[in-house]
Design a protein around this ligand. Sequence first.
Ligand SMILES: [Zn+2]
Length: 229
Amino acid sequence: MRDWLRNIADFFFPRTCRVCGKVLLHNEEYLCMQCMIDMPRTDFVSNPDNAMAQLFYGKLPVERAAAYFYFAKGSDYRRLIHLIKYRGEKECGSYLGMMMARECMSSGFFDGIDYIVPVPLHRKKELERGYNQSEWIAQGIADVAGVPLCTDALVCHTHRESQTRKGIYERYLATREVFELLPDTPLVGANVLLVDDVVTTGATLLACGEALLQGGVRQVSMMTLAAAK
Ligand SMILES: [Zn+2]
């Protein structure tokens, strides 16, 4: 936005920092400078044996794994994820994806990556929400890393196990999300960076990573905005 136009817009509709709530200066986006500086960064990029990589040890061969910041319970930074995921602030997801990618460009994290793949949402969930937050985060990363985004190869289904004689609760338990890499996509034989909003136990990333490797992807790396602490 042109400077003068933004100054006028800021005067009538002040934008506020999504972390501390302070009014943003005209050159600040989503977070004020102080909250950007104070962000509890994981620094996983400079440590290949980091806590996120360890979640997959013995389960899945993961080339590289990194998250931007920690989200502890009660932390103001946790609000960022809530806004991106449930309050429609998808552009903030792209912005943070961009900032994360800029900060780890020099580490070589994106070297050799052929495609960036966001963790897919089940179609029903995506229709309800109107967007897939991981796709917006992945777009921000892709723009900075100069790597193409692939959003239609990895899909999420709901799988219902045989349940003719089960009650409602058992039926609920028997319904789970499964991921599948569609056949004949450019991801076969490629080096893929899988992107999600947060990593807690790593179960979703693990399921997606398994689907990618089983479908013929050569190598999988993982990146998320936040990691639970
Ligand atoms: Zn702030």
